[in-house]
Design a protein around this ligand. Sequence first.
Ligand code: SF4
Ligand code: SF4
Ligand code: SF4
Length: 811
Amino acid sequence: MDKMEGSFAVEDMQNVQINIGAVVKEVEEWDQPMGPFPYPSIATLRNWDFKIMNRYKVFYSPICDRCTLCTYGPCDLTGNKRGACGIDQAAQQGRIVLIAVLMGCTAHAAHGRHLYHWCLDKFGDLPFKMGDEILVDAPLTRTIAGIKPKTLKDFGPVLSYVEEQVSQLLACTHTGQEGNYVDFESKALHAGMLDSLGKEVSDLIQIVAYDMPRGDEDAPLVECGMGTLDKNKAILITYGHNLAGSAEAMFYAEDNKLWDKVDIGGVCCTAIDNTRICEGIGHPDKEFNDKYRMVGTKAKIAGAIGWWRKMVRGDCMDCIMVDEQCVWTDAIVDAEKYKIPLIATNEKIMLGLPDRTNDPVDEIVDDLVNFRMPGVVVLDPVKAGEVGIKTAIAVKPKRAEIREADPFISEEEFKKYAESCTYCHSCQFVCPPHIKIGDVVRAAAEGNLEPLSSTYEICVGCRRCEQVCPQEIPILSLYAYANRDYIRNQKFKMRAGRGPIKDTEIRRVGAPLVLGTIPGVIAIIGCGNYPNGTKECYDIAREFVDRGFIVAATGCMAMDMSLYTDAEGKTIWEQFPGGFDGRNICNVGSCVANAHLHGAGIKVATIFAGRNERANYDDIADYILSKVGACGVAWGAYSQKAASIATGFNRLGVPAVVQSHSVMYRRAFLGRTDKKEDWEIIDARDGSKVYCEPAPEHMLYVAESVEECMLMMAKLCFRPSDNNSGRMIKLTHYCDISMKYFGCMPPDWPIYVRHASDLPLKWKEDMLKELESKYGWEIDWKRKAIVSGPIRKSDVSFDPTNIERKIRVKK
Ligand code: SF4
Ligand code: SF4
Ligand code: SF4
């Protein structure tokens, strides 16, 4: 048909197919104009990245100096050598970092994409509402995409954007693409930002679809620990991060009144999300709401990722459902060995199992219960939930009849294994926390089980010792035997994930945070599955919450810190309130929920300071970098997701401290205090350049010990905007932590002093003396005032920025 122009009536047309592309919605009401960078592409925020990296230099210490990514290689990249494609060692390292961050980013975004389709299928296009106390409701989506979602479907284009950008970024890692390390790092920062966006979308979709708490500081305390699982019932363990199948198992148990026959325990972030279901303000679907109200508290939190193998050996499960992310890939090996049927519920993890999605439920259950196959794939969450519950209930008595289904060894076996040890110490050499396993086993052979108890918590359950033991001693089973009473009684309370930070909370803490009188936000992310990691993450949380910081945790870290109690037997969640406030500790939720901590920073800029967040990423990140005292910590082994989380924090201007195991990616962003030019900050009032103290000094710092970590976190909460009272409080904590753990003042404390009123009251006199005698500062002793010496004078109206367009009046 010829193209028709002009006006014509629809009734004149015959056999016409009309294709309508995306329907462009009427411009929604928003009191903010569109900012400069909606849906930023790879190069859009490159200037901002370069500003970060100009101040915080990229440091690499490669773990490998060969590249084997393509068959032009292997290429030797030592010294000044370049690969056949021309890449040098620095760019290669940047490329590896980018690949790791992309892995983490795609894990979160793909999780969100799965939930997006599943929730639309199950619930329809629900209105996106976060309740009356959260009006700035999707801060990362607003800041990056420049849109205000109204329904769940509005998140579709946001996910498409993330996916398109990830595709572009992954392309950059191909042979003969990007060749400069700073540009690779800029791309990694872009991927980190996309990761934060993907996480926000994932969590907001599940919050609305499953009616999870929306900023509830009084989210319920839920049961946590292996001992909370009732051995008189069948135990279904749901393991991973995507609650779709697990939620259906809970609904099936509820609909069929089976809670007296089955316990559902979660492992990893699925555990946290199970306990959030229907704990919110009410589901839009009244029937759903009435039916499943408070179903979340019926689920138990079996434990964090690092406890997995201990749980298997601790006989804590009759059936396993796995979904996605951080599922140990040998779960099926254990499942087969101990006759625990496994159901894979997500395409990302299928473990070579037969896909039984289209088979009748009872046939699948029959095959699993009679051990005809160790596991199955069931990709329909509703069917998977039903199969999981029915299998757990039916298989429990059968497992009880089979000796090999009991992972607990008998007393005779325990003795036999312990006595077979030849003390070759092969195990000790491969043990990450360097447990002297030979000595521990020798003590056990002599009847002393105490070393097996005292090192149980330090053991990370990696099973490396078992793999090298020439005597084939099941060392984890010795641990389980010696600690069986502890396992059976391991019961704690953890606060269920509360979701986003409320606007009202931001209004309360905005000014104290920017002025420094609340000394900072400590964001504890990732997993504590590192030797002593669980205890150390509790110690970090406790140290900072006691000091009046706002402490926020997510994911496995939130579970790990629940293991410890005070003299009254209370966990940290019972000791402190769950608000976003000083001397509070909040569990925001699962891994994807840590996007709400990025969101909190954005909301301080927009709610407290009135900055436009709409498509205005660098402006908001600049505000956070200059004015919001906050620091993240990933204290454990550093998965690719933790790498993307930390990198996303960094692009938003939030520094992070990571554990020494994290140097696997061999990259840090470190400030150079000796380079004065790196610390020039613009005063937005008139565009003048001010030489500032290094606040914060680093953007990504690797700490060697938990004590160093805490000291560094306190330091990385300094900001140029601190008022005198705020700086005094921050300096007090910095010096106090140094005195407490290192027995001396930190050597660089003077660089954070701008005025005598910045000095901690308890050391003021001594500090003034030291400033005069050791550093040559001029002190007016009558007024106890500093006359000269500081890097800069304190100026209450100083308006620090790193972005030229923020200058109000040019000098
Ligand atoms: S990508 Fe480049 S450096 Fe790596 S193996 Fe291929 S040619 Fe060598
Ligand atoms: S399983 Fe435990 S004891 Fe064995 S190597 Fe790993 S950390 Fe060490
Ligand atoms: S490797 Fe086995 S035999 Fe050797 S010390 Fe360790 S437990 Fe004993």
